[in-house]
Ligand binder design. Structure first.
Ligand code: NOJ
Length: 766
């Protein structure tokens, strides 16, 4: 059914005429914007206060056994114009039904937004974001986001709660799985790539979805890695390390921002005027709208800065939180707050305008059903080309952590024992936050291996262990919605069977790690080893003397100190999505040469956390054998595997660095060149990384900061000169007055295949 809101065509016509009259695109943009503002302002002028507040109310749909459902009261709310958007509802028929309730039953026929957590794919599930980040392939990530947008929009959605761009240095926090890792530079590029992929160039295109940058801000720095905990951070650290990716996403045009659950230095993000208004609106010129996280407004009462929902609403609204996600706070309090003069009608109109503009940009006033298309859903969702790309994305995301004596790649001959709780497992492969993903369609590691070898090799299988035998954890995971069923065999029986299986094989592919429910939201872990019972299995298998390839599936960096010391080959595969098993088999057998590099340091021990590559030097940098220097008595300072680290089946040799000059002036470009040779016996991809260090500055600087990288493909024996260009902009720092600028002085420049093993040179900025 076509939308009946006749005034829209007049306004659109007006806009189009204005555009035709203007030859210049900037002018055309301005006039189409003015048509949009005119339309939206006219609409607001017709709205009652209840209708306005309704636009700021975001309600959830539920999932019943029989399929998607909507609480009765919410249906009434939609029909009465007390709802501006729905989340957790998808599927063409269902979305069409809900949209028609809003469009047909309300006085002004204003369409709804339909949001969902499309975090790493909609139906075709890609690797978890932390894994995709390890590809360092921003065009591939943008393409994955584009595919997610195509599928999500075909399923009726017009808004995704992604990208999650929280910088994270603490792997105990389960949500590290959802972000890009620890580096602000790479994190910013990835944030942009996601926004570009989701929104394309034209939000009105029915194959796009509006992005929602989250969690604004600093959620990745929750104290002790404990979920929903507080954040206390200096402005310096915010601007240097944590804020850049949010800013990048906003500069890329993200249409919405989600406020974070955490407080920032005593003021919860959702009620933080400095954050949501001064920084976001005034400094960064954000033009979209801000939605809170789930129930975050009432939670201001628990935070202890509001006595009741009225006060909570007032604080959140005045701070700049415009849409209330499932807190039901605005809908119950804003009217009274406006009537009492505590919130002005102008302020209310501003928030409503931002939401309506988003709907306008999405083309919903022209056609509220523009994204609901059964045929497209049938045709597009999980189409072969999408699955093919998911497999490519997945293999690019795998990181080879260790490969003693080139145990990998394996031959597709002999007898291979595939053992472990994650071997014959589809559910966990798609990882956390895979809302609409169907795990029954995921390829398990065992299946991937079987398919790859056909009848050339004999494949044996044993479960070996449950995901965990920690009954308290298991109870919690299952109570929170996981569906983990331990085997009826005892742990000893499982291990015995696995050992017997391993003895019959030439090599063991040992699939260990975490359940998907052990990372993501509300999944912090204090102990980030592989669960103890799985490690017992590993030790028993190690004792057989069989060569072991450890294939890890997990959502965060783990402590792998024992594994690194004993197991000859270790492959970090994260949770790779629908095509996991195929991608892992591609790498195991060398059909794809691994190229991923870590974007989060793997700690040597939990006691090191937070451990990250871009740390400061201190006044007493660690010196072996010198007591009074900054170090531990019992463990090294360095992580087990550093940022940027990852091996290949081939080997890359770096020449020393060549600079085209030793001194540069502020307007100059410095060229940094290095020859990279593939001196192994396979073609492969190397991610060449460039770091800098400002030796003496107004304010202490990190020992290294990533400033550029290139992902290059080299044939075996090939040498390529990789050239980077640096300008004074790359050397900018925040001085002690928080002014951004480059200071004259000496800089070290490092180039290498990870943040630890680098070539170095230096130059002077005059
Ligand atoms: C809470 C999570 O923190 C957020 O990331 C998510 O988008 C919302 N719930 C909606 O599901």
């Amino acid at each position: 059914m076509r939308y009946r809101y006749s005034i829209i065509s007049t306004w659109l016509l007006l806009g189009i005429c204005c555009m035709l009259l203007n030859t210049n695109t900037a002018d055309a943009q301005r006039s189409s914007d003015s048509a949009m503002y005119a339309f939206v302002n006219h609409l607001i002028s017709q709205m009652t206060i209840d209708e306005k507040i309704g636009q700021l109310n975001l309600l959830t749909s539920d999932m019943a056994v029989t399929g998607p459902s909507m609480r009765k009261q919410y249906i009434e709310d939609i029909k009465a114009g007390r709802c501006g958007g729905i989340f957790n509802a998808y599927g063409p028929a269902y979305v069409r039904h809900l949209q028609s309730l809003a469009v047909d039953s309300t006085r002004l026929h204003i369409p709804l937004l339909f949001g969902f957590d499309v975090i790493h794919g909609h139906k075709t599930i890609f690797p978890i974001p932390l894994a995709m980040a390890c590809s360092w392939d921003t065009s591939a990530i943008a393409h994955a986001a584009r595919i997610a947008a195509t599928e999500a929009s075909a399923d009726g959605l017009n808004w995704v709660f992604s990208p999650m761009v929280d910088i994270a240095r603490d792997p105990r926090w389960g949500r590290v799985a959802e972000g890009a890792g620890e580096d602000p530079y790479l994190g910013s590029l990835i944030a942009r790539a996601f926004v570009r992929g989701y929104q394309s160039n034209n939000l009105a295109d029915s194959q796009t979805v509006m992005a929602c940058v989250k969690h604004f801000a600093l959620y990745g720095a929750v104290e002790a890695g404990r979920e929903y905990n507080i954040v206390d951070m200096s402005r310096r650290r915010m601007f240097e390390d944590y804020l850049p990716p949010y800013h990048a996403a906003i500069e890329a045009g993200a249409g919405s921002v989600m406020s974070a659950f955490n407080e920032i230095n005593g003021i919860p993000a959702t009620a933080n005027h400095w954050l949501l208004t001064n920084l976001l609106r005034h400094k960064w010129h954000f033009k979209g709208f801000v939605v809170t996280d789930y129930n975050a407004i009432p939670e201001l009462i628990n935070h202890g800065i509001a006595a009741d929902t009225f006060q909570a609403s007032k604080l959140a609204f005045q701070a700049g939180a415009e849409m209330d996600m499932q807190g039901l706070a605005y809908i119950h309090t804003l009217k009274q707050l406006v009537e009492q003069g505590q919130i002005s009608m102008d302020a209310l109109d501003r928030a409503v305008r931002d939401v309506l503009i988003a709907k306008y940009r999405l083309g919903l006033f022209e056609d509220p059903y523009n994204r609901i298309n059964e045929d497209r859903a049938q045709r597009e969702i999980m189409s072969p080309d999408k699955l093919r790309f998911a497999r490519e994305m997945a293999r690019e995301s795998i990181v080879l952590l260790k490969n003693e004596n080139y145990l990998l790649p394996l031959k597709k001959t002999g007898t291979i024992a595939v053992i472990g709780p994650l071997a014959n497992d589809q559910r966990d492969m798609i990882g956390c936050w895979s809302g609409a993903g169907d795990w029954h369609k995921a390829v398990s590691i065992l299946e991937g291996i079987r398919e790859a070898v056909g009848n050339r090799a004999k494949i044996l299988y044993a479960l070996g262990a449950n995901i965990t035998d920690d009954t308290a954890m298991l109870r919690r995971l299952n109570a929170y919605g996981a569906d983990i069923h331990p085997s009826s065999q005892t742990p000893q029986q499982l291990i015995q069977e696995a050992v017997a299986t391993a003895r019959k094989a030439d090599v063991v592919v040992l699939c260990l790690g975490e359940s998907e429910a052990m990372s993501g939201e509300a999944a912090s872990r204090a102990d980030i080893h592989i669960p103890e019972n799985q490690r017992e299995l590993m030790k028993a298998l190690y004792a057989t003397g069989k060569p072991i390839v450890l294939v890890l599936s997990n959502g965060r960096p783990l402590v792998l100190t024992w594994e690194n010391a004993h197991i000859p080959a270790i492959l970090e595969t994260w949770f790779l999505g629908t095509e996991a098993g195929h991608a892992i088999a591609d790498v195991l057998f060398g059909d794809y040469n691994p190229s991923g590099k870590l974007t989060m340091s793997f700690p040597y021990a939990v006691g090191q956390i937070p451990v990250y590559y871009n740390h400061k030097n201190t006044g007493r940098p660690a010196m072996p054998g010198v007591k009074w220097t900054s170090k531990y008595l019992d463990i090294p300072n360095d992580p087990l595997y550093p940022f940027g680290y990852g091996l290949s089946y081939t080997h890359f040799r770096y020449s020393s660095i060549r600079l085209d000059r030793q001194e540069i002036m502020p307007g100059d470009v410095l060229h940094v060149r290095v020859d990279v040779t593939n001196d192994g016996d396979r073609d492969g991809i190397e991610i060449v990384q460039l770091y800098i260090h400002d030796r003496v500055a107004d304010v202490t600087q990190p020992v290294k900061q990533l400033k550029a990288f290139q992902r290059i493909y080299l044939k075996k024996g090939e040498t390529r000169t990789v050239e980077f260009s640096l300008t004074a902009k790359d050397l900018q720092i925040y001085d002690r007055h928080m002014h951004l600028g480059a200071e004259p002085g000496v800089f070290d420049v490092y180039v290498g295949g990870n943040s630890r093993d680098v070539q170095s040179a230096s130059f002077t900025l005059q």
